[in-house]
Design a protein around this ligand. Structure first.
Ligand SMILES: Cc1ncc(COP(=O)(O)O)c(C=O)c1O
Length: 340
């Protein structure tokens, strides 16, 4: 059933996983509904144990949040004070800037107008005054992507007192060996914090659950800013079950690769250029903001939602999440028929 607040029947606007959670996850959620009167575990011990088992990590180095958004918020709360300098790119995930404003930090912005930018140049913006650097890899919405060697080189260039937040919300979509989600680098680089999400490949966006991983010292500091019971019992159970069901995840990763390829091949409209990313979305670039706007409205009238990136300072761009094959077939048809 479609959420009531959405008129559209095909949602391609929020980089959700339209395969949805697996049957095993849904069964576990249904079972646990009977225990909704009971508070969740204080710090989500069972889920943290499942995460540590899945990724071979120490559970004391994991903190849960209501989405990785909440982990980002705790990072700001724990490590910044008003006036502190934070660094991210102009077209970075929007929450870095929103929290910078909320916590009265001073953002120093790197212009990534080329989308795929140089980490070497990015590093030059940092100084001993920089408190935190935020980097999503891959980035939403530009799709910029850096591989392990480049990430390590970058971290080495940064002052050890500066925190580096590597936001790996989309990391599961990447299959290449040369890609690194950052977890294995935490031991060597104690100034690194990794944030992870259950909203993307794990298809649990509506349950708001994510996690952070770093040195015990950093994680302990974050715990001082975590509310007790910040993540719900249902979310924890769903996420634990989703982690156990890696076959479903692998299938979903493959679906995304195939459906994305199919979409890019089939989109055929001279009014926009299509740009691939390594995550679960693509970008469409129009010659003018007005046409992009018209396109989004046209799709909406056809019950398809996509994201116009005007609020991301990219008024000529539209972000389209890759849905399931049926959804993409319908969407392609509508997109190809768009005219001004
Ligand atoms: C790069 C990036 N980081 C973090 C998030 C936040 O995800 P969530 O709070 O749902 O875990 C998103 C959501 O779209 C994102 O694109």
């Amino acid at each position: 059933m479609e959420p009531k607040n959405s008129r559209a029947s095909i949602r391609l606007s929020s980089n959700e996983n339209n395969d949805g959670p697996s049957t095993k996850v849904k069964t576990a959620i249904k079972k646990s509904v009977n225990f909704s009167n009971i508070y969740p575990e204080l710090d989500g011990e069972t889920l943290r144990n499942q995460i540590s088992k899945t990724y071979s990590l120490k559970s004391e180095q994991i903190i849960l949040g209501a989405g990785s958004d909440e982990v980002l918020q705790m990072i700001y709360a724990a490590f910044t004070k008003p006036g502190d300098e934070v660094i991210f790119t102009k077209y970075a995930f929007a929450m870095y800037a929103i929290y910078a404003k909320n916590f009265n930090c001073k953002p120093k912005i790197f212009n990534d107008s080329q989308f795929q930018f140089s980490l070497n140049e990015f590093a030059k913006l940092a100084s001993s005054k920089t408190k935190i650097i935020f980097l999503a890899n891959p980035n939403n919405p530009t799709g910029s992507i850096f591989y392990k060697d480049e990430i390590i080189k970058f971290i080495k260039k940064i002052n050890k007192k500066t925190l580096i937040v590597l936001d790996s919300a989309y990391c599961e979509y990447l299959q290449e060996k040369k890609y690194e989600d950052g977890l294995s680098l935490v031991k060597k680089f104690p100034n690194l914090i990794i944030t992870r999400s259950f909203s993307k490949i794990y298809a649990l966006g509506g349950l708001r659950i994510g996690w952070g991983y770093s040195s015990i010292k950093n994680i302990s500091k974050l715990y001082q800013f975590k509310k007790p019971f910040n993540v719900s019992r249902l979310s924890c159970i769903a996420a634990s079950e989703a982690l156990k069901d890696q076959r479903w995840i692998s299938k979903s990763v493959k679906n995304n690769i195939n459906n994305k390829k199919f979409t890019i091949e089939q989109l055929d409209n001279s009014l926009f250029k299509t740009k691939d990313t390594t995550a679960n979305f693509i970008l469409l670039e129009f010659s003018h903001e007005k046409i992009a706007n018209k396109f989004v409205k046209f799709l909406y009238r056809n019950k398809i939602t996509v994201r116009h990136l005007a609020s991301y300072h990219l008024p000529k761009h539209v972000r389209m999440t890759i849905g399931n094959l049926n959804e993409m077939k319908k969407t392609i048809k509508v997109c190809n028929s768009f005219d001004v």
